[in-house]
Design a protein around this ligand. Structure first.
Ligand SMILES: Cc1cc2nc3c(=O)[nH]c(=O)nc-3n(C[C@H](O)[C@H](O)[C@H](O)COP(=O)(O)OP(=O)(O)OC[C@H]3O[C@@H](n4cnc5c(N)ncnc54)[C@H](O)[C@@H]3O)c2cc1C
Length: 367
């Protein structure tokens, strides 16, 4: 199929949408990104970009932009809340590529800036909130809140966990509350009580609470994340510093001291949601991608990585297929088994006893 000048409308300028725009424009397609926000920003937190993600970035010409604003990491370690080692493992995939490729630890804000920074001027249209999408078969028509409409040969719904594209064309199932909260902040290493010693991710596990320490040493900072079982499903819950500190009770005193020293004005507080697997991601001219297709819980740190891998797989499918419908079927066939499994595993973050502490009598609610 000739992809030159194929009109592709990407809805959403997050990680998935930006990576898809880059990968698809390399096919010669005419790509435009429509993002609802007037300005794209990200929460203050760190993220680990896996070897397969970094290898894909190398293939699509983004590696250097990302590598310049991140730290390369060799392994991750899991410890008890009181710092006894449980396991230590090299990031999977380091030696699977022609060039050994590690995991890069990056601030979410730097990540989106780097991704958007490789797109040509004018490709991303801000302040365009999609309201409806009409599937006309070989093409689809987007209508925005400002009244404007756009017809495209391919619409990529990369509009996140609350996706409008998904709701309009695929399923009206709502996101599912996981029963947990995430409290995240990026702090100076000097406030981390000696807990940052290298460029490797550490997860500390207590009963009903996990703490992630993700070093961002290139910035002199560390991302401190508490994930905590909590029955309050308010998307942006109100949490006091005392409640936050109580969530890490019993952890190593240095970790407790970090929590006690946090500036609550910069802590991002949210209830964590995912979605149930979506049976079909595509029509003949529309596909979902990233969280819109398969939002998952963050225990394995795979959501953004999966959105990026989707972007590469979609471009590969378009390059190999005879038609857009054929490409979308190939894309789903390659990616959905992988993300179905990641969604399933991500729901197994807690033991049934931990769940029973917080949700009595609902031990199997999320499996
Ligand atoms: C606590 C927590 C920790 C996490 N940690 C990790 C981690 O360590 N590693 C990892 O890989 N993943 C992690 N994730 C998951 C990761 O954040 C998501 O999987 C990732 O952001 C998905 O990218 P996306 O581009 O698909 O969606 P999003 O990042 O949600 O982007 C969607 C974009 O679409 C736009 N949009 C929405 N609706 C419309 C509309 N109607 N019209 C136009 N634009 C619209 C939004 O404004 C947004 O810019 C974590 C998630 C959470 C909650």
């Amino acid at each position: 199929m000739d992809t030159t000048d194929l009109r592709i409308a990407v809805v959403g300028g997050g990680y998935g949408g930006a990576a898809a725009a880059k990968a698809l424009s390399l096919l010669g397609a005419d790509v435009t990104v429509y993002e609802q926000a007037p300005r794209i920003s990200e929460v203050g937190a760190g993220i680990g970009l896996r070897p397969s993600t970094m290898d894909l970035f190398r293939r699509i010409g983004v590696f250097d932009a990302i590598d310049a604003v991140s730290s390369r990491s060799d392994y991750f370690e899991i410890l008890t809340g009181t710092c006894e080692p449980i396991m230590k493992e090299a990031w999977p995939g380091i030696d699977e590529f022609e060039i050994p490729t590690r995991t890069n630890l990056i601030h979410r804000g730097d990540f989106i800036d780097a991704l958007l920074g490789v797109l040509p001027d004018g490709m991303v249209h801000l302040g365009r909130k999609l309201e409806t999408v009409e599937d006309r078969g070989a093409t689809s028509v987007l209508t925005f809140a400002d009244g404007g409409t756009v017809e495209a040969d391919l619409v990529v719904g990369a509009d996140g966990i609350k996706s409008t594209v998904r709701r309009k064309l695929f399923t009206d199932a709502e996101p599912v509350f996981s029963g947990e909260h995430a409290y995240r902040a990026v702090i100076p290493i000097s406030d981390a009580h000696g807990m940052v010693v290298d460029d490797n991710l550490r997860m500390y596990i207590g009963r009903g609470t996990k703490i992630y320490l993700l070093p961002l040493r290139h910035r002199g900072q560390v991302s401190f994340d508490i994930t905590f079982l909590n029955p309050d499903g308010t998307w942006a819950p109100t949490v006091t510093q005392d409640q936050l500190v109580a969530s890490v009770e019993g952890f190593d005193e240095r970790l407790v001291a970090i929590a006690r020293g946090l500036d609550m004005n910069v802590v991002n507080l949210r209830a964590v949601y995912d979605i149930d697997p979506v049976e079909t991601w595509h029509t003949d001219s529309v596909t979902l991608l990233g969280d819109a297709a398969h939002s998952m819980l963050h225990h394995q740190g795979q959501g953004a990585n999966s959105a990026i891998m989707d972007a590469g797989a979609l471009a590969d499918a378009l390059a190999a297929a005879d038609s857009v419908p054929d490409a979308l079927a190939r894309f789903q066939a390659v990616r959905k088994p992988v993300t179905d499994e990641l969604q399933r595993i991500s729901r197994q973050g807690w033991s049934s006893d931990e769940i029973d502490d917080v949700f009595p009598g609902q031990k199997t609610a999320r499996t």
